[in-house]
Design a protein around this ligand. Structure first.
Ligand code: HEM
Length: 123
């Protein structure tokens, strides 16, 4: 039997859907980073959060959006930096904790998200 992906271990699409709301509220309520989301429309926003979490969970590779470097380049020109990335990582961890995801799986999701840092920050 092949090993289950992290995405499946965390609970697949249902877990992503549950996490989207919680994560979204945390990000928008955080005045360290909420300014980056101001001009983003709600529908795109929800899709973005879903894509974010699917990436973080190592989910199915059917993502057709921009790559992480191109998708955030306009934010880098607006000052996106490590402190903002750290804030997003905090919210990811706290969201999964609220959903009672085991620490071991949270650590794996964090490592996947962390692996995109240099691309997101354009370096
Ligand atoms: C683990 C790191 C991250 C991942 C995996 C991620 C994932 C994504 C994805 C998949 C998109 C959609 C790209 C597209 O097709 O347009 C996106 C867009 C976006 N991301 Fe991230 N992101 C990360 C970090 C951040 C951080 C640190 C911020 C700001 C604090 C941020 C703010 C945004 C915003 C505002 C958009 C929408 C841009 C627009 O539509 O104008 N992201 N992100």
């Amino acid at each position: 039997m092949s090993e289950q992906s992290l995405y499946d271990q965390i609970g697949g699409e249902a877990a992503v859907d549950a996490a989207v709301d919680i994560f979204y509220r945390k990000v928008l309520a955080d005045d360290r980073i909420s300014q980056f989301f101001e001009d983003v429309d709600m529908e795109r926003q929800a899709a973005k959060q879903k894509s974010f979490l699917t990436v973080a969970f190592g989910g199915p590779n059917n993502y057709t959006g921009k790559d992480m470097r191109d998708g955030h380049a306009h934010l880098v020109t607006r000052g996106l930096n490590d402190s903002h990335f750290d804030a997003v990582m905090e919210h990811l961890g706290a969201t999964l904790k609220e959903l009672n995801v085991p620490d071991e799986l949270i650590a794996k999701a964090a490592a996947i998200a962390e692996s995109t840092r240099n691309d997101v920050l354009g370096r």
